[in-house]
Design a protein around this ligand. Sequence first.
Ligand code: GLU
Length: 550
Amino acid sequence: MDNKKLAELLFPDVVNTPEYYEEKYPYRKLPSKAQVTRMAPSPTGFIHLGNLYSALADERIAHKKGGVFYLRIEDTDAKRKVEGAVETIINVLKYFDIEFDEGAGCEDGENNYGPYFQRQRVEIYHTYVKNLVERGLAYPCFCEEDELAKVREQQDADKVLTGYYGKYATCRNLSYEEIEANIKAGKPYVVRLRSQGSPDKEITFKDSIKGEIKLPENIHDIVILKRDGVPTYHFAHAIDDHLMRTTLVIRGGEWLASVPIHYELFNLLGFKMPEYGHTAHLMKFDEETGGKRKLSKRKDPELSLDYYRKDGYHPYCMKVYLLTLLNSNFEEWHEKFPDKDINEFPFSVDKMSQSGALFDKDKLHNICKNELSKLSEQEIYDFLYDWANEHEPEKCKVWFADKEKMLGILRLYMGIGMKRRRKDFIYAKQIFEMIGYFFDLEGEAAQKDNFRLDDATVNDILDEYLATYNHEDDNSQWFDKLKAVADKLGFASDMKAFKAEPEKFKGNVSDIAEVVRIAVTGLANTPDLWSIVHIMGEEQMRDRINAAKK
Ligand code: GLU
């Protein structure tokens, strides 16, 4: 067969050659050791924690040594495309402090290696497919779905590997005349790779994360161009990673099984394969079984990134958490240099987990508590305001009506100005639940903990408290008055006396304080009550106490 003639028949409009593109997209001039990495999502709009995990690794690796991190949109599958997905991807990653230097949606990026949407690169792909056809390494296949199904049935019956390969690849052997006749008759076709692989050979591939891996060679004549002339993911990504001069790709472990295909494609195209590192699956402890399992889209809402945005996890805490998962030595480094910018951490692919990284919400929450406790009240204020404004716009107006009040609450809850910072804050939604009693919002202000004393005693305590209350009292005067209420109602004001003869008393001054605390805040545990009352003001305090009476 005259392959040149066949290539001309299939791609009469392709005028460029691979050399043209090799020149158009030259090797990048970067500092030595700088890596070019990328994120290459399909525009389905769904991006999850696993994607963020890989993207952060790619971003850190690129930016550690002055490399490039770019965004390419793999939109070859039109069915999966969702409107606005690209903006979502960019915005979500930006929210988590991951920014691209180049690529789709990057107006101010360098963008010399574009276009970055695969559908806009069809001419490039055709050039390379044409070249493969010229070299006898690709051919048109006219098989219809039902014919392929028949072959599969036969293969099942013969108990051999299913797929289009070897003697089952009937279109491999079509003559030029047959192909020409089919095309003249308007028969649709795909273009397949003429695999050179052998079933009893293996490839040895060095995964940057998992180390050396042996996998069977690809033997399938995989489709590289679909009937509509758009390439498949496998083919397009090989061309793109090459022409965009990618040097390292960290991507989800689900792609590891495709490596033999990619290996063969890179080889036959004459490209040097970038380094690939396949991340381990994110795992979690299953509450029901107690065993480890993969995080699943269906069962685990925490896999979705929306989950963290909706509940208001601070993006910085998420980044610290992901770095903890990504690099085993990050936590120690961060503890040792708490004031260093986390971007200075010497991120390394070698330290990435080879087996499944364990997603642990308690750990995440601990990190949130720690990291949030390091922020100033203004930083927390701004973060909470932005979250509330986006997710709870109506309540936001009430929460932030009085800036000084909100700052006072934050100062108190974070222990700012105290000997040691408090670590009560985890995420925005939880924070507003915790401080909700300061605001007259239905439901939020409701009493959450119950009084432990009987109604009559509760009422007596609250009446006595209000009767002698003076808003000018300082903390110790105020506490003395609580003691006086205790004495008056048969509770011990002196803890020593109470411990010596508890049976003599109905309780002690801490029971009095608890009743007042629950009446004022609805909660049995809060920071300093005197301070709460002074942020809230006398009027609100009295209203709440009167409403709490039985
Ligand atoms: N487009 C693929 C995806 O949607 C990316 C695979 C890769 O990174 O090579 O996950």
